[in-house]
Design a protein around this ligand. Structure first.
Ligand code: ZN
Length: 315
């Protein structure tokens, strides 16, 4: 299909959407208080702190991360393609463009609570360095999901000629901290940055949403130059995500638009290049979890993000 196709995320689409329950506007758990470097305290269900009491399941999952759908092995296309395969020749539609992909959290964060709970300066205040992220009820960790989708996304973007940088590739014991995640995008001079996540909200809350930077200023944070292009990037990702996955925009955040705007995320506040987060679905909802644990669905998710980025970069 045409690479620059764009489908606006207008309305719910597809048969999967259940009854809307917008009354419970739980904020995206992995990104709230405990998630994604948010400072402490928010009581959002399914957040990183909610994961903490589940060490047995979670730790077991580190060696067998995906009970309901095996994680791709080193021989799978997504895992193998990225590290060993030589870079495609230049000349693709994204040749000369740099994309930074930020896989949310880190599978090792749970073993480094002291480090990831340390406070970092996000310009407008201080937040935790990083968090553990959420997990499905069966124990598939968000940090494994984000790495898998990010690797698939890297392959797709490199095939299109882009230079791709990951903020972490499972090679480091924890982190990076949210401020460093932002700096990696800035130092790369990225044309676009996408931070990949999945949410940890209540059962019945379904669908994806893209988080856009609010206009904030303070300390090292100044998003005035990235608010508009980031929105453009986010809208195109949301539209393509609907198209490739068939998933509907969130039924609990963003009023059916699949878009949310936040000024409390260090990874956005400190970015000087266009950047969005995407919450690909709700890991705590069984129906969404069935999608998130499916390798074929993750490929569709990566494709939607890749085509959204491509659409943005070719505009
Ligand atoms: Zn997250």
């Amino acid at each position: 299909m045409r690479y620059d196709d764009f489908v606006p995320p207008t309305s719910r689409k597809g048969p999967r959407r259940g009854p809307v329950s917008s009354a419970v506007a739980l904020v995206c758990a992995c990104l709230t208080a405990a998630g994604c470097g948010m400072a402490g305290g928010g009581p959002a269900p399914g957040d990183a702190k909610a994961d903490a009491p589940r060490p047995a399941t979670s730790r077991a999952s580190s060696s067998s991360p995906e009970p309901s759908a095996p994680e791709p092995s080193a021989t799978s296309p997504s895992a193998a393609a990225t590290s060993a395969k030589p870079k495609p020749p230049s000349g693709g539609p994204l040749s000369g463009r740099t994309v930074v992909i930020d896989p949310g959290h880190n599978p090792g964060n749970r073993d480094h609570t002291r480090e990831i709970n340390s406070q970092v300066d996000i310009g407008t205040g201080h937040k935790e360095c990083d968090t553990t992220g959420t997990a499905t009820n069966a124990g598939y960790a968000e940090a494994l999901f984000t790495l898998d989708v990010s690797r698939r996304l890297r392959t797709l973007l490199e095939e299109r000629g882009a230079k791709v940088v990951l903020t972490q590739d499972g090679e480091r014991p924890f982190g990076p901290c949210v401020d460093e995640r932002a700096r990696i995008g800035n130092k790369a001079g990225a044309d676009a940055v996408v931070s990949v996540h999945a949410d940890g909200s209540a059962t019945g809350n379904r669908g994806f949403h893209v988080i856009l930077p609010a206009a904030v200023s303070g300390g090292a944070a100044d998003t005035s130059k990235i608010v508009a292009p980031s929105r453009e990037l986010g809208v195109r990702i949301a539209g393509n995500f609907v198209r490739t996955t068939g998933s509907a925009p969130s039924n609990y955040i963003g009023g059916d638009t699949g878009l949310d705007t936040r000024g409390d995320l260090g990874g956005l506040n400190l970015s000087t290049v266009p950047k969005v987060f995407i919450e690909c679905g709700n890991m705590r909802d069984p129906e969404d979890a069935a999608l998130l644990t499916s390798a074929s669905w993750r490929q569709k998710a990566a494709l939607g993000i890749a085509e959204g980025i491509g659409s943005y970069l070719k505009r």
